[in-house]
Ligand binder design. Structure first.
Ligand code: GDP
Length: 296
């Protein structure tokens, strides 16, 4: 359950909306990672509605908040969602998956593999994190669980793995190739350069690829998560984001802050949310449902 939702419950059940009520709401939104600019924007609308008596009870204001946030999140809702369409846009369709260590990248790749297979697509995985043997092993475990091959190279370079994997996927006629990458945050510039190189090599091996550049983001990382999104998007041009760990203790509001951060220019869509460690714990993102879940 979202922490945000719990705290807001008593506010929306109260029977009056005085100044203290608005202040508590404002504080709760900020604490829940909704972000200052978004919170301020929402509070102006809610206060105005209360003043004009358009929304006079806490319940009316709750409904208005749900509507406003759904409208805000509409800008980052995918349409159509490339995870759930049945048309392939490449042969193979190549997904480059990036994100810092611990974000849930490998787990998410395992979930994606299962999802694509359930749609009748054949999948090949590539272990682009050539630095950590553990990352490679973990990906191989997910591959084993899904009965899917994993292209690896010991000690090789990530771009070489990607190049090999594309040729393997072409010769095997795989529908989808998912390429995992390294995510060492300590050396951000170096990481970005390496990922750019991987992307370039993929494009050379298969024109038009990667068809999706997906960032896996830990939903608990708050403001730090927002700067990760900005940095990865600026360097690599993200097309999609999956936000993980939105089960348990996550505050959940970070997606509102994301919508605000990404409001200008071409932006990646939020494709899905990770809601657990299991292979099926991936749910599609829709603005309306997410907003209702946050504030109900
Ligand atoms: P990577 O380093 O980015 O590849 O991250 P991993 O896939 O190894 O995940 C790091 C940890 O987060 C593991 O313990 C996962 O089981 C856990 N994890 C990943 N996704 C989720 C999620 O959606 N919810 C929860 N609760 N845990 C997750």
């Amino acid at each position: 359950m979202f922490g945000l939702r719990k705290t807001l419950g008593s506010l929306f059940k109260s029977n009056q909306t005085d100044e203290a009520w608005f202040e508590t709401l404002e504080e709760t939104l900020i604490q829940s990672d909704v972000g200052l600019p978004t919170t301020e924007q929402l509070m102006i609308k809610l206060r105005k509605a209360a003043k004009s008596e358009k929304a006079s009870t806490p319940e009316d204001l709750q409904q208005l908040l749900i509507q406003e946030v759904a409208a805000l999140l509409g800008a980052i809702e995918p349409s159509p969602n490339p995870l759930y369409t049945h048309t392939l846009i490449g042969s193979p369709e190549v997904w480059l998956v990036i994100g810092v260590n611990g974000a849930g990248k490998t787990t998410t790749i395992g979930k994606l593999c299962r999802l694509f297979q359930s749609q009748g697509k054949s999948v090949l995985l590539a272990a682009g994190d050539t630095f950590r043997a553990a990352a490679r092993n973990q990906l191989q475990e997910w591959g084993g669980r899904n009965q899917v091959d994993v292209i690896t190279q010991e000690g090789g370079d990530a771009a070489a793995v990607a190049h090999d994997a594309i040729h393997s996927a072409i010769s095997r006629k795989s529908d989808i190739l998912i390429i995992d990458t390294a995510g060492r945050l300590a050396t951000q510039d170096h990481l970005m350069e390496e990922l750019k190189k991987v992307k370039r090599v993929i494009g050379k091996a298969l024109p038009g690829a990667p068809h999706q550049t997906l960032l896996v983001l830990d939903g608990n990382t708050g403001q730090n998560g927002l700067s990760q999104v900005k940095a990865f998007h600026a360097a690599l041009g993200l097309t999609g984001i999956i936000v993980t760990k939105l089960d348990g203790t996550a505050k959940g509001g970070v997606i509102c802050a994301l919508a605000h951060t990404l409001k200008d220019g071409p932006k990646p869509a939020i494709l899905a949310l990770g809601k657990g460690e299991g292979i099926d714990d991936l749910v599609p993102f829709t603005a309306e449902q997410y907003s209702a879940e946050l504030f109900n």
